[in-house]
Write a protein that binds this ligand. Structure first.
Ligand SMILES: Cc1cc2nc3c(=O)[nH]c(=O)nc-3n(C[C@H](O)[C@H](O)[C@H](O)COP(=O)(O)O)c2cc1C
Length: 243
């Protein structure tokens, strides 16, 4: 498949063959993850491959992703990680005050995301399927205990990678003209969003699995109708961040 087709044909996979990935493939995936750009070359992330069956079971329950964490080729947790840097600063007797800021946190989240997406693309290039699992943040405190995460770390998301059993149709994205502008910011375009709603309604009613009557805007309203993980601020404070 052409590279561009590979990228534009992406779909999240939520049903995998119960078959583990060989070591060689896993090594390639991690190499791809590590090859991404990194802000100031901080490489501010760690990847934890979870293989312990009990832990996978617990993570699957927390994430509310039944069937696609325990039963997959490999499951990784991507951790935004400034602990390595904190250790270095501590060893050098240097203050870590500039490490605990929101800017450093953003840098680590971006580095982690780039690594994960590199891994994801590399997996899809090998005909594997992937699904990001932000659901691990449904219980940050338990995940942190389970994975024994130290200070200045944040479990950003999991990533299931495996041999796809079922693949959904590609989900249509917002019209390019809605997200792309020249030189200055473009305010949301009502007409474009309305036509996109129709596209999404058609997609949701026609797709093979999990059909539903919905459009994009109604889903956004529903998503933001309640607080999302309000304990995150408290969690980050406990992890030693200072913002
Ligand atoms: C950071 C992140 C977290 C996600 N968390 C979950 C999750 O917990 N469970 C899940 O089923 N899908 C999860 N997804 C997948 C999205 O629902 C999916 O990417 C989106 O609906 C677009 O569909 P597509 O990937 O098939 O194109 C996550 C995606 C991202 C980027």
């Amino acid at each position: 498949m052409e590279w561009n087709d590979l990228i534009t044909n992406h779909v999240s996979v939520r049903a995998f063959e119960n078959k583990k990935l060989p070591e060689e493939i896993k090594n390639q995936l991690i190499k791809a993850a590590q090859s991404g750009s990194s802000s100031n070359f901080l490489q501010a992330y760690s990847i934890i491959e979870v293989t312990d069956q009990q832990s996978l079971k617990r993570i699957e329950e927390i994430s509310n992703c039944k069937g696609y964490i325990e039963e997959t080729g490999a499951f990784y947790v991507f951790v935004a990680d400034l602990y390595r840097h904190q250790t270095l600063l501590n060893q050098a007797g240097q203050s870590d005050e500039h490490l605990t800021t929101i800017e450093s946190f953003v840098v680590s989240v971006v580095d982690t995301t780039i690594a994960a997406q590199n891994l994801a693309i590399s997996a899809e290039a090998m005909d594997l399927g992937i699904c990001y699992i932000g659901g691990i943040r449904n219980d940050l405190f338990t995940i942190t205990e389970l994975l024994q995460l130290p200070t200045l770390t944040y479990p950003l998301f999991g990533l299931s990678v495996g041999y796809p059993k079922i693949k959904n149709e590609v989900k249509p994205r917002l019209p390019q003209a809605e997200i792309l502008s020249q030189n200055t910011y473009q305010l949301p375009n009502k007409e474009l969003l309305k036509s996109y709603d129709q596209t999404m309604t058609d997609y949701y009613t026609a797709r093979t699995t999990n059909q539903q009557t919905a459009d994009w805007q109604s889903k956004i309203l529903s998503y933001f109708s309640e607080p999302k993980r309000p304990e995150t601020a408290e969690f980050l404070k406990k992890q030693g961040f200072n913002f």
